[in-house]
Write a protein that binds this ligand. Structure first.
Ligand SMILES: Cc1cc2nc3c(=O)[nH]c(=O)nc-3n(C[C@H](O)[C@H](O)[C@H](O)COP(=O)(O)OP(=O)(O)OC[C@H]3O[C@@H](n4cnc5c(N)ncnc54)[C@H](O)[C@@H]3O)c2cc1C
Ligand SMILES: *[C@@H]1O[C@H](CO)[C@@H](O)[C@H](O)[C@H]1NC(C)=O
Ligand SMILES: *[C@@H]1O[C@H](CO)[C@@H](O)[C@H](O)[C@H]1NC(C)=O
Ligand SMILES: *[C@@H]1O[C@H](CO)[C@@H](O)[C@H](O)[C@H]1NC(C)=O
Ligand SMILES: *[C@@H]1O[C@H](CO)[C@@H](O)[C@H](O)[C@H]1NC(C)=O
Length: 515
């Protein structure tokens, strides 16, 4: 028995294989476009019948009436949920991807690949068609020379970090256990090993890509090098990666050192001044891999006055790490906890693990984000004051809001030639985002707050242009701020787009050719 039996039993449908018969050309739904032969609205069971027989055992074709629908369409931000999703094909083999894409093309069905559902740009919501869910493609194979490993297109932070660490290795991944590998990587990819090894995409060796016409292509510095350039920073626009070979590295340490602090708002200026002293402009030491901070309400302290929480991860022993963190130890804290932990434990301690109530959940989130070189202390006070005001005036909106600060070491990112990849922001060293879980009916207030926060950050660096990380963009930013202001960058990307995806099939993730 192959997929069909499993699938149909699983979904409680008839175990019959029936080939679809052509349908009349009437009432053409808008998601059937650009083809001479147009199929009428395909039903889930019809796609199951026609496509199911071609796909590998274990592949699931899931429609809105199936029990698994809620799980397989779960998204970190409910505002990025496709508004008109017809069905999800959860593939079980890399070879299925090209078959699904070809089937979609034959039937003029829009498609988008995805994995862990953490993409939160609102452009994703524009999909009317099917999702190719890659989350079952989780194999990781360390190569015999131990210098690289192959990761299938559905691998994700937690499964990579644990698998490699247990065998004595690490690689560049996102910092969050629940986030996919390729989602971040195709846009650059920030993470704790960035200071030593660069962005995730800086570590690409070879990519197996399915193009928009369903063809398989090997992409590397020697095979389709221009496409390789584009996939390193603008990759969501060009293809589906069924597997990727990435550099891996000996893990070097057995434990990370962490230190978490909570401070009252009166320490705000000292905190940001101290951060600026240690971080300079892009000078954060590689071993001080990351610090995350946030302004948010903690009701155990106060329901109106937000506090500042910070977590530092140091790649090495406590004695070394605490020397670097000494200036923060001198700022009187509400709470201060430190210790040493394995990499996997660190993910939980820093609020980036599967156990975290916000990191891996699904919520109506609205927000804004940006990239910067340094923290403007005046600006941070203004942002705090706005938070405090909103907490007093709209407590429901502020209850689950936060301004989030990310400081990665970027030493290696900066050392890599900016011309060598589509990632355009090697001279930006800090990340902020604002997010609020939006109570029903409060969407416009949430958006207003989000843009006020972004305006304040922008005003805090009047001499620099607005820069947006493609993976944190919410969908309303300029293309230049995302893909780079040098005119040749977007020109080159558009040229490659015309060559590799002339029909603009890949247009749901901050597309370089917007619709
Ligand atoms: C809680 C949280 C933490 C985050 N932490 C980080 C971080 O540490 N570092 C960082 O750089 N970013 C981070 N991000 C942003 C992250 O890079 C994006 O949200 C990313 O899109 C998530 O990928 P996903 O597989 O989880 O999401 P999905 O929504 O499943 O995928 C997002 C998009 O990526 C594309 N895609 C995914 N897999 C493939 C593939 N194999 N081939 C082709 N296209 C593919 C598709 O266009 C898809 O629409 C974080 C986001 C959240 C919500
Ligand atoms: C949905 O996901 C939850 C949590 O992972 C799981 O317990 C449940 O069985 C899933 N439901 C279906 C129908 O797959
Ligand atoms: C893909 O499927 C997995 C498992 O059902 C689910 O956790 C994930 O959220 C799905 N991805 C998307 C983008 O819906
Ligand atoms: C925060 O707002 C409250 C009113 O809710 C006000 O009394 C307090 O002074 C404000 N604190 C700061 C630091 O802005
Ligand atoms: C910091 O932000 C303030 C307020 O927006 C601005 O006036 C000032 O010029 C900024 N400072 C620097 C060094 O950019």
């Amino acid at each position: 028995m192959n997929l069909i039996a499993r699938l149909f039993i699983g979904l409680g449908l008839l175990v019959t294989i029936v080939l679809g018969s052509p349908l009349p050309d009437s009432a053409i739904p808008e998601y059937f476009q650009h083809v001479p032969v147009t199929r009428d609205q395909l039903s889930v069971s019809q796609v199951q019948q026609e496509l199911g027989s071609q796909l590998s055992k274990g592949t699931l074709i899931i429609g809105p009436n199936d029990a698994e629908w809620a799980n397989v369409t779960k998204r970190y931000s409910t505002y990025s949920k496709p508004k008109d999703l017809k069905l999800v094909v959860k593939v079980n083999a890399e070879s299925d991807v090209s078959k699904v894409v070809k089937y979609c093309n034959r039937n003029s069905i829009n498609f988008m690949a995805n994995n862990q559902g953490h993409g939160f740009t609102t452009t994703i919501a524009k999909l009317s068609g099917i999702e190719i869910n890659l989350s079952q493609l989780t194999n990781i194979k360390i190569q015999p020379n131990k210098k690289s490993a192959w990761f299938q297109g559905g691998t994700w932070g937690g499964n990579i970090i644990k698998t490699l660490w247990d065998q004595g290795f690490v690689t560049t991944t996102g910092s969050n256990e629940c986030v996919g590998l390729m989602g971040p990587a195709l846009g650059g990819g920030f993470g704790r090993y960035q200071g030593l090894y660069g962005l995730i995409s800086d570590n690409f060796v070879t990519l197996n890509v399915v193009l928009s016409d369903g063809k398989n292509l090997q992409v590397s510095s020697t095979s389709n090098p221009e496409l390789f350039w584009a996939m390193k920073g603008a990759g969501h626009n060009f293809g589906i990666v069924t597997s990727a070979e990435l550099n891996i590295y000996p893990r070097q340490i057995d434990t990370w050192h962490y230190h978490n602090y909570a401070w009252t708002q009166d320490k705000l200026e000292t905190i940001f001044e101290t951060l600026n002293k240690i971080q300079g402009k892009g000078k954060t030491p590689a071993k001080l891999a990351v610090n995350f901070g946030q302004i948010s309400l903690d009701t155990s302290y106060s329901t109106t006055e937000a506090i500042l929480g910070w977590t530092f991860a140091y790649m090495g022993a406590a004695s070394e790490g605490e020397k670097v963190l000494q200036p923060f130890n001198e700022i009187p804290a509400l709470q201060s906890t430190q210790g040493d932990a394995t990499y996997e434990e660190l993910l939980q301690i820093q609020g980036t693990g599967a156990s975290d109530p916000t990191a891996c959940s699904s919520n109506p989130l609205m927000g804004s984000s940006g990239l910067l070189q340094t923290w403007n202390v005046t600006t941070q006070r203004e942002i705090y004051t706005l938070f405090n005001k909103t907490a007093a005036e709209q407590p429901d909106l502020a209850a689950n809001a936060r301004v989030f600060y990310e400081g990665y070491s970027t030493l290696k990112t900066q050392a890599i030639d900016p011309l060598s990849s589509a990632y355009p922001h090697r001279d930006e060293y800090l990340v902020y985002f604002f997010a609020t879980i939006t109570p029903p009916g409060k969407e416009s207030q949430a958006l207003t707050w989000a843009s006020q926060v972004r305006n304040l950050f922008n005003a805090g660096q009047p001499d620099r242009r607005v820069a947006t990380y493609v993976n944190y963009a919410t969908g309303d930013e300029s293309l230049e701020s995302i893909y780079g202001y040098e005119p040749w960058r977007l020109q080159k990307l558009r040229g490659l787009k015309a060559k590799y995806d002339p029909g603009n099939a890949f247009r749901y993730y901050n597309p370089i050719v917007p619709v």
